[in-house]
Design a protein around this ligand. Structure first.
Ligand SMILES: [Zn+2]
Length: 115
């Protein structure tokens, strides 16, 4: 559905970085196997953002935002081959620290596109 680098404060806190490469897929097409730990936090929308971690290694794998129940957000660094990820744009760049500026040129949106 989308591929972006998100610099919202929730993604920064979740990753401990300035932004997260993330792709969105339809929840109806998504299957997760193996034990997952879920942590609920308040997302930028004001709704709960649910973070899903691998219970064996602790990696943050994907998000299931309650503001968009049809959506799963997969953190591109956890893909078998992260080189398969090609971000389309960067969002919430108004919240991006100067040290997290991207090396590649992307269309940038100050907040969420369209807001
Ligand atoms: Zn975000």
């Amino acid at each position: 559905m989308f591929s972006t680098v998100c610099h919202c404060r929730d993604c920064q806190r979740a990753s401990g970085s300035g932004g997260v490469p993330v792709l969105g897929v339809a929840r109806s097409s998504f299957v997760s196997r193996g034990p997952i730990k879920q942590v609920r936090t308040k997302g930028g929308s004001g709704h709960a953002a649910v973070r899903n971690f691998c219970m064996e290694c602790g990696s943050l794998l994907y998000g299931t935002p309650e503001s968009a129940p049809e959506l799963v957000t997969i953190y591109a660094g956890t893909l078998d081959d992260p080189a398969d990820f090609h971000p389309h744009d960067a969002i919430f760049v108004a919240h991006r620290p100067a040290w997290a500026k991207l090396a590649m040129e992307l269309v940038e949106h100050s907040e969420f596109p369209g807001t």
